[in-house]
Design a protein around this ligand. Structure first.
Ligand SMILES: Nc1nc2c(ncn2[C@@H]2O[C@H](COP(=O)(O)OP(=O)(O)OP(=O)(O)O)[C@@H](O)[C@H]2O)c(=O)[nH]1
Ligand SMILES: [Mg+2]
Length: 432
């Protein structure tokens, strides 16, 4: 009985302990969990409301402002010059990678001192014939050999002339045209006379080379934007350097754009020309977007009053459509920075590649609006006859020719002058 009471007493005590200690502890823990859940719901609700308000405000913005808000922060302009850009300019119309561009002013004084045009012209007059010596040693020397020692020309020799022209790097169509003009337009008697045949060949060559384009005018726009394109290693950068020197010597303020972002060495090469000629360079990041560099360069040239902007580009195979599209984009973006830009697009071709140069020129012309050709390395090849093939096939004007690696070896092209130098047989026997 006593033990029964004891057990009952213990149950009572336990019950009392649960009531006095255990229960409040449990209640507190449950309460704090509920408070945390409640607070979390409150925070989530507040966040939801804040996002909804922000979206509603953005929806009220005009599309341009909205795009501005959504766009990533703009990179800090790298130079003070950028601040001076004309306010009316619009941003590039299509996706152009924003990148830090630099203007590299020449560190020292230019190494070339401007020289009066007359003095320069006199100094330049001689090398053309010398520079064309190798080409003269090609098909022209072969024709000379064919006529060698002959006072009159027989019909067999005329047929051999056709062979020589066909095997020269003129291109089949053009050589045929040249031959027909000689054979078809001369009488029997005239055909027998060596000098008359030479004259006819020269006359027809001049007619082919003169495609009737108006003379190159660097003053049609300020800045005149000149884009230089071509296959790898043809002489684009060298031509740009030489041309920058020429223009600077003629009193033009020239800016260069390092649009060959493919290799760091390409920019360095242009920088060396910049140092030599005293022309500043706009350059971008290696591997960056060339159209961005060209766009920035045009803006800079406009803001700083440059007369000419020459943009280099990376060499590319005419058969690579993606690379050709990159050039098309450069042209489109340039025209957004300045309507009509690029005003000139020069295709540089290496004459040592012979008839391949004609194929290159054809494909570049199809992809881009090429306005002129620069034919380089005429000093190092017997295949210079390709100049006839290019002009005849594409009807594009040759603007300059390269007859060496030096600055003065870039020569303005003039069909009559070129033909005279190429066919100049002074020193040879005229009876040949
Ligand atoms: N003999 C001679 N060499 C030339 C002439 N023009 C350019 N070169 C040389 O050709 C080589 C290539 O010239 P670059 O100007 O680097 O050619 P590029 O087209 O810019 O080359 P990439 O940028 O690699 O596509 C250089 O060694 C030049 O000195 C020329 O008229 N005559
Ligand atoms: Mg180059």
């Amino acid at each position: 009985m006593r033990s029964g009471w004891k057990a009952a007493g213990a149950r009572e005590r336990n019950h009392a302990r649960r009531l006095t200690h255990g229960a409040p502890h449990l209640t507190l823990r449950r309460m704090s969990t509920e408070v945390v859940v409640f607070l979390a719901i409150l925070v989530a609700l507040a966040l939801g409301v804040a996002i909804a308000i922000k979206r509603a405000r953005r929806a009220e913005l005009p599309p341009a402002k909205r795009a501005e808000k959504l766009a990533p922060p703009k990179p800090t302009p790298p130079l003070k010059e950028r601040v001076a850009a004309p306010p009316a300019l619009k941003p590039p119309p299509e996706e152009v990678t924003a990148e830090r561009l630099e203007v590299t002013p020449p560190k020292e004084k230019p190494t070339m001192v401007p020289e009066p045009a007359v003095v320069r012209a006199a100094r330049e007059a001689k090398p053309l014939k010398v520079g064309l010596e190798r080409t003269r040693g090609g098909f022209i020397a072969k024709i000379g050999a064919l006529f060698q020692g002959k006072k009159t020309i027989d019909p067999q020799t005329i047929d051999r002339l056709e062979e020589v022209l066909l095997t020269a790097d003129i291109g089949v169509k053009t050589s045929q045209k040249l031959f027909e003009s000689v054979k078809g337009q001369l009488s029997r008697d005239q055909l027998a006379d060596v000098e008359t045949i030479w004259d006819k060949i020269k006359e027809q060559s001049t007619a082919i080379l003169d495609v009737g384009a108006p003379p190159l005018d660097f003053e049609v726009a300020k800045p005149l934007v000149l884009l230089v394109v071509g296959v790898n290693g043809v002489g684009k950068t060298t031509t740009i350097g030489k041309l920058a020197a020429k223009l600077t010597q003629n009193g033009k303020k020239v800016l260069l754009a390092a649009g060959d972002t493919f290799r760091a060495a390409a920019t360095e090469q242009l920088e060396i020309w910049g140092q030599r000629t005293g022309c500043p360079i706009i350059k971008g990041k290696e591997g960056g977007d060339p159209s961005s560099v060209v766009f920035e360069a045009i803006r800079h040239a406009q803001a700083e009053g440059y007369d000419v902007l020459i943009a280099d580009t990376a060499g590319r195979l005419h058969t690579k459509s993606d690379l050709m599209e990159e050039l098309q984009k450069v042209r489109r973006v340039a025209s957004k920075a300045m309507p009509q830009a690029p005003h000139e697009t020069f295709l540089v071709v290496d004459s040592t590649t012979g008839q391949n140069a004609i194929a290159q020129a054809q494909m570049f012309k199809e992809a881009l609006d090429i306005t002129g050709i620069v034919l380089t390395k005429l000093d190092g090849t017997a295949k210079g006859g390709v100049v006839l093939g290019i002009c005849d096939t594409l009807k594009l004007p040759i603007r300059y020719i390269g007859i060496g690696e030096k600055v003065e070896d870039l020569r303005e092209f003039n069909a009559a002058e070129f033909v005279a130098a190429l066919f100049d047989r002074e020193g040879e026997s005229k009876a040949a």
